[in-house]
Ligand binder design. Sequence first.
Ligand code: MF3
Ligand code: CO
Length: 290
Amino acid sequence: MEKLGRNDQCWCGSGKKYKSCHMAIDEKIHYYELQGHIVPDRDILKTPEQMEGIRESSKINIAVLDAVEKMIGPGVTTEEIDQVVYNVTTQMGGIPAPLNYEGFPKSVCTSINEVVCHGIPSKDRVLQEGDIVNVDVSTIYKGYFSDSSRMYCIGKVSPEREKLVRVAKECMDLGLAQVKPWNFLGDMAQAINDHAKANGYSVVVDIGGHGIGLEFHEEPFVSYVTPAGTEMLMVPGMVFTIEPMVNAGTCDVVVDDEDGWTVYTEDGKDSAQWEITVAVTKDGYEILTY
Ligand code: MF3
Ligand code: CO
């Protein structure tokens, strides 16, 4: 890493002098690093220009989920959801990030009931009254990535499913409340995990969230089961997802060996997930997708 003088231009592209921009933050990061904490590399901290690109991408991401919200319901196939995601994304000038991502065949993930994540849309899967569905939309716009997902209850669902969907959202919100500079990702994780456990649920260990912005999945891997005070230090300019997968039963999951994508709960019980993209700001967070 280049050593900057106090009066040099800051590395972040703000145009300001280093001493009146990132110098104090860099010193603070270094202090935590000396104490043995995991700290972010400079290259995952977004510049103001990159933040603006991610915001634009996020606007499309949200508009796509809003469009899904209008058409989803009993009798709709997950293939029809996929078509809406593809059409709205491309009409707004974006690209659906999942399409052809490591061979993923569709534009969106649709994960129903005991499917934890990465469900593949299909013309054969008709949504039924009582289903709970996660629709996970990821968007590329001018090279910038955004990611969010929502749960939809199809018609009237059982009180058990309704509660799982509600608690999964509460987990995300409680995690979000922990996002501010000089907290740790583990602070967020513990808030999430504690709330899931208090409701008799478990949080998936094997799959987590991720940094995002210039790539679909960037450093760091974001766990939602690690203890407070551990994992990466939160620093202004970090952008990552909050997307805990909350299971009604055990946290164990299995991947479908036929399609190589669909992740199920091992015990066949239900799973729910909400996802947002957030940035760490000077004094808290900015929600990019919701
Ligand atoms: N959207 C998922 C996430 O939250 C990733 C899906 S990868 C795909 O990280 F290929 F299945 F789309
Ligand atoms: Co994600």
